[in-house]
Design a protein around this ligand. Structure first.
Ligand SMILES: [Ca+2]
Ligand SMILES: [Ca+2]
Ligand SMILES: [Ca+2]
Ligand SMILES: [Zn+2]
Length: 511
């Protein structure tokens, strides 16, 4: 595994794989390639209209909409995502998406909560606010909105992973309503992509730095075993980086920079999205976090990716599916905002596995070809087995294969199983199959046979559902509806693709 990265800013532009999809084969409901200025214009338009839109949706005078994201399809349909405030308080579960035809006609609305908002935000009897709390309105999917306090407690867990624990309590009773961690951890990894080109820039003091000018100025930092701060921007004197082994501290930085670049290119080339937040801005990556730290994580608060060096500091967790998994948490945060607990948390995790797998198939290097395994390059279990299997998630000993009513009570890394399984079935179909040399044998809940539509179409369906139909409170039943809407838009409701989406959900016990 010689991962000598030879690169310069000048060499890079457009050098990394343009996708093979021909524009004329692309359905008109796929997202338009969004430039930063087009997106800015659409956001500006939506922002100017928020009051009118709020009234048109029948929202009360106390409610305000705040534009979060906007997607425009090739056929001119615009999907505008809003957060909501009520009497100036943030409404958790107040997010909604408005779909508008090219003609200006409103096509529909997806709401995280359908409940009407009318509550006293300053009642006389109120529990004292916990320290550091923010008053919010908690509007979960199934019950009435209540006044609540949200606190964020920052700490570091025993294994060195930072934690930003969000707790929502009922402001009247003090009862805990929800809890989730804002630091979304996932996997472990080694490095490995062979010789790659990475985006670098000339350094002001001479030499080069790991700043990718072609991808929003993404920067890679070396924490040098610290677990705090930004670290030092990785620099080099001759623009040839790393030696393909963990002995050279630059090697992990090369893999991290490559992972960020491939993830950026995938979202841009395939889904027309410019950067994780869609605003054209690059994130940052930090390598060599802590000591013997066997994990990697994304933090929305610093818009940054962090990688440990693995067991014995000998196997940096910088493989592509880990990188793309973690950065896709940033995409989910900037779009559907799926709450990281219960069924929505499982769907959040699954989205990261699904998009990471799509990125891996897109990148498809000889050293790391596409597969439906997560973390197959890490050997985190010490026996060569991957972290997760999408064809039959229970093979990891903990994940669920099928939906059941208690699914929301399991850890989000296991309740992601059925959605990962759905994505495998939608891509490749049920039963035995070999893809890129890996053998799969995907079962179905009802012993039905599912015919796959290929990973490219399956990923189009999932991303469109994520960015245009899912909200913060989406559960498995909603995800089915969201993907059916997406497949209907893309391929028509009479299409084989639409039927396959339906069949794949039934095969994981969601119908
Ligand atoms: Ca060098
Ligand atoms: Ca692979
Ligand atoms: Ca993989
Ligand atoms: Zn994750």
């Amino acid at each position: 595994m010689s991962a000598t990265a030879v690169a310069s800013a000048a060499l890079l532009a457009g050098a990394l794989g343009a996708p093979a999809t021909a524009a004329d084969r692309t359905p008109s409901a796929t997202p338009l390639k969004m430039t930063v200025s087009l997106r800015a214009d659409l956001l500006k338009e939506a922002k100017a209209d928020t009051a009118t839109t709020a009234r048109a949706l029948g929202l009360g005078a106390q409610e305000e909409l705040h534009v979060k994201d906007v997607v425009k399809d090739r056929d001119g349909t615009v999907h505008t995502r809003y957060d909501r405030t009520y009497q100036g308080l943030r409404v958790l579960g107040g997010d909604l998406i408005v779909h508008t035809a090219k003609s200006g006609k409103q096509l529909g609305v997806n709401r995280a909560s359908k409940a009407e908002l009318s509550l006293d935000t300053s009642p006389k009897t109120l529990k004292a606010a916990p320290k550091g709390a923010t008053k919010v309105v908690w509007a979960p999917r199934a019950t009435s909105p209540v006044l609540a306090y949200e606190t964020v407690a920052k700490s570091v867990k025993k294994d060195g992973t930072p934690s930003e624990l969000h707790t929502v309590t009922d402001a009247a009773s003090g009862k805990r309503l929800a809890r989730w961690d804002g630091v979304e951890t996932g996997l472990g990894h080694s490095e490995y992509n062979g010789d790659v080109e990475i985006g670098t820039s000339p350094s002001s003091g001479g030499g080069f730095e790991l700043t990718d000018a072609d991808r929003g100025g993404h920067k890679t930092y070396n924490l040098d075993n610290s677990s705090a701060g930004t670290g030092a921007l990785v620099t080099d004197d001759d623009d040839e980086w790393g030696d393909g082994t963990p002995d050279d501290p630059q090697t992990a930085a090369v893999d991290a920079a490559y992972g960020a670049a491939e993830t950026w290119d995938y979202y841009k080339d395939v889904h027309g999205r410019s950067g994780i937040a869609g605003d054209g801005k690059g994130a940052t990556s930090r390598v060599h976090y802590g000591n013997n730290y066997v994990n990697a994580f994304w933090q929305d608060s610093c818009f940054c990716m962090t990688y440990g060096d693995g067991a014995g500091n000998a196997a940096p967790l910088t493989a592509l599916d880990v990188a793309a998994h973690e950065m896709s948490h940033g995409v989910t945060a900037a779009t559907a905002g799926l709450i990281y607990s219960g069924e929505s948390g499982g769907l959040n995790e699954a989205t990261s596995d699904i998009m990471a797998t799509a990125v891996e198939f897109y990148s498809n290097t000889d050293e790391d070809p596409g597969d439906y395994l997560i973390g197959e390059k890490i050997d985190i279990n010490g026996d060569g087995s991957p972290l997760r299997y999408m064809d039959e998630p229970s093979k990891d000993g903990a994940s669920r294969d099928y939906w059941s009513s208690d699914l929301g009570n399991t850890d989000v890394h296991y309740s992601s199983g059925p959605a990962n399984h759905f994505f495998y079935l939608l891509s490749e179909g049920s039963g035995a199959k070999t893809v890129n040399g890996v053998d799969y044998d995907s079962p179905t809940y009802d012993d039905s046979t599912v015919t796959g539509i290929g990973i490219d179409k399956a990923a189009q369906v999932w991303f469109k559902a994520l960015s245009e139909y899912m909200t913060s409170t989406t559960d498995y039943a909603d995800a089915r509806a969201a993907t059916l809407s997406a497949a209907g838009d893309l391929y028509g409701e009479d299409s084989a693709e639409y039927q396959a989406v339906d069949a794949a959900w039934a095969a994981i016990n969601v119908s």
